[in-house]
Write a protein that binds this ligand. Structure first.
Ligand SMILES: Nc1ncnc2c1ncn2[C@@H]1O[C@H](COP(=O)(O)OP(=O)(O)OP(=O)(O)O)[C@@H](O)[C@H]1O
Length: 595
């Protein structure tokens, strides 16, 4: 049963936001109150304006104009201040929500195993944490900005317009449905491209990431042109969707402007003759025009939510899919209610046992490992050797609980690793992976990754054992030298030695070296191994290698062939007893021994 991950329910915003907006309730309540003040101010201003025109300007009453003008100024100031404060709170709330979502995603992804990373892919996880969250953030911001203003301006505007003149209301009866219908058509056309957009961004990120990390290979094979075309295709696909969306957004604006302009013309055409006939006052007409604009703006504001909603809905589904994915291995809850005690805390020095381990990658037809038994005892070195693709790295991942066996168990001092809490497991196992990854920072900060409190003396001791002290001493700032992201400013061999030193600084009970000596020349490999033998004392060592010279002195050598343990023994025993081992030795050791 390899695929244990659970995927999300259908994309929807409400389940994602439920509960997440609660902490912001007081600030949202204040925002709504401010919007109320803002909307009331906006509704009052055209009426005051009409009043000035009809009672001040027409009668030439300067005193009245100044008094009412002062009132208008005060109303404008209050309304503008309330609007600014409401926008500020809206932005603060939506940004806060964005931060919470990013943090929840980051926390969830931290618990992912190789299986979930493989399913989503790093570029998509990055897009989901950045761009998808931004879509939700934008929608919430717009929603919060118009929650009170749009309905109040819309319905209040209609009421105030009716107060000014009932006869002209016919224009509203036509204009509003026409605007809603036009904009609805545009919005319906936007749903498809909105849904495509996030996937296209993923694709550009995926190609870009692959090309940036693989730039050396691209150059070595002179594939720049082909890669340029590949990126160009992804870029053009994204641009195509973005342009379609842009065009539709332009139609959205254009239809609003057209309807509101035509409605204004109709108001003037119908109202103008009535002013001449003294059936209507000029101020009332101006106010009606203002209210008409406010009503149409309110409708547009409300409709803009529907413009943003489809993309935000897709984004919410993608975010929820990540948040709802139960990590199959390392993030999973321990099988027992209480976590098992850390073996480092009160157990004997670590002993590692694999029994009957069967493992298949999701979707694979056959298992990669078939009933593997293996043990690593404290103070001893167990080596695993096998041809490429035999399942060695898979075995290491199972030990580090980056994967979980389908059958059988991985135990440390008798406790299944699934029952250990992650901290205890990380302290117990020191993994030096095949492809050592260093983080941006200094050499010292990388070395302290497993133990931030390690003193400088311990760093130097680890560097000496890993045969890295000389090269670090030669750097201008020694251990404080900055290394580039991913360790790109050090050589492959230096990176491996620093990774070995990093594991040593953490002082785990069990060391797991996954082909960790492969980038070292034979002399350095031998020097590192003899220093490790001298200093590691009781710690158990699992050494995965392809080079016989690296493992020939191991206490126990496990020969892995196509996922099965073919033989177990010392070098001498295996040379005599295992045909596969003898073959590997023949192919490698003879020329070395001869030298
Ligand atoms: N994520 C994965 N999804 C599917 N199959 C995988 C995955 N990783 C490895 N495999 C397959 O599992 C098998 C064992 O791979 P593994 O990396 O464990 O071999 P290995 O012995 O470490 O090889 P090498 O010495 O070349 O590193 C291979 O056939 C490989 O194709």
């Amino acid at each position: 049963m390899p695929n244990r991950s659970r995927t999300a329910s259908p994309p929807t915003l409400v389940p994602l936001l439920r509960g997440r907006l609660r902490p912001y309730a007081p600030q949202i309540a204040l925002l709504l109150a401010l919007q109320l003040v803002q909307a009331l101010g906006m509704l009052l201003l055209p009426a005051l304006n009409a009043d000035i025109v009809d009672h001040g300007v027409v009668r030439g009453d300067t005193g009245y104009i100044l008094r009412q003008g002062g009132l208008m100024l005060a109303a404008t100031l209050v309304q503008a201040t309330a609007a600014a404060a409401a926008v500020y709170l809206g932005a603060k709330t939506s940004m806060g929500l964005g931060r919470d979502l990013r943090s929840a995603l980051f926390g969830r992804v931290q618990g992912f195993s190789a299986e979930e990373f493989g399913r989503f892919g790093a570029p998509s996880l990055i897009t989901r944490t950045t761009n998808d969250v931004q879509q939700i953030q934008m929608l919430i911001f717009v929603l919060l900005t118009l929650l009170v203003t749009a309905p109040l301006m819309g319905f209040g505007g209609i009421a105030m317009a009716l107060r000014q003149d009932t006869a002209l209301t016919g224009v509203l009866v036509v204009a509003i449905p026409v605007l809603v219908a036009a904009v609805s058509l545009v919005i319906a056309a936007m749903t498809g491209p909105s849904q495509l957009m996030q996937g296209r961004i993923d694709e550009v990120n995926r190609v870009l990431r692959e090309q940036i990390t693989g730039i050396r290979v691209i150059r070595a094979f002179v594939r720049e042109r082909g890669e340029h075309e590949r990126f160009g295709a992804a870029n053009t696909a994204l641009t195509g969707v973005a342009q379609r969306l842009g065009r539709l957004q332009a139609y959205f604006g254009a239809s609003a402007i057209t309807v509101s302009s035509l409605a204004s013309v109709a108001v003037v055409a119908l109202g103008g003759p009535r002013i001449v006939d003294d059936d209507m006052q000029a101020g009332a007409l101006i106010a009606f025009l203002n209210y008409l604009a406010q009503i149409l703006i309110a409708v547009m504001m409300a409709m803009s939510v529907f413009v943003l909603a489809p993309r935000a809905r897709v984004a919410a589904g993608r975010i929820k899919e990540v948040l709802d994915t139960e990590p199959a291995t390392i993030g999973a809850a321990p099988r027992d209610a209480a976590p098992a005690p850390s073996p480092q805390a009160d157990g004997p020095p670590g002993r590692l046992d694999l029994s009957g381990v069967v493992f298949s990658y999701p979707g694979a037809e056959h298992p990669v490992l078939h009933g593997v038994d293996l043990s690593v005892r404290p103070g001893e070195t167990t080596a695993v050797i096998g041809s490429t693709g035999a399942g060695k790295t898979t075995l290491v991942k199972l030990v580090a609980r980056l994967l979980t066996p389908d059958e059988g168990s991985v135990r440390i001092d008798g406790t299944d690793v699934r029952d250990l809490d992650r901290g205890a497991l990380a302290r117990t196992i020191g993994l030096v992976p095949q492809r050592a990854h260093l983080f941006s920072g200094t050499i010292a900060s990388n070395l302290r990754y497993g133990d931030p409190d390690a003193d400088t003396g311990r760093l130097w001791q680890a560097l000496e054992i890993a045969q890295a002290a000389d090269f670090v001493r030669g750097l201008p700032d020694g251990p404080d030298s900055v290394i580039g992201q991913g360790g790109t400013t050090v050589s492959g061999g230096q990176r491996q030695r620093l990774a070995i030193a990093r594991a040593l600084v953490a002082r785990p009970r069990i060391y797991v070296f996954d082909d960790a000596f492969s980038a070292l020349d034979t002399a350095t490999d031998a020097a590192v191994r003899s220093a490790l033998d001298e200093h590691l004392g009781d710690a158990a060592r699992l050494v995965v290698a392809q080079r016989v010279s690296t493992i020939r002195s191991a206490d126990r050598i496990v020969v892995l062939d196509a996922g099965r343990v073919e033989a177990v023994g010392t070098h001498d025993e295996l040379v005599a007893a295992s045909a596969t081992y003898a073959e590997i030795v023949d192919s490698q050791l003879v020329p070395e021994e001869a030298s």
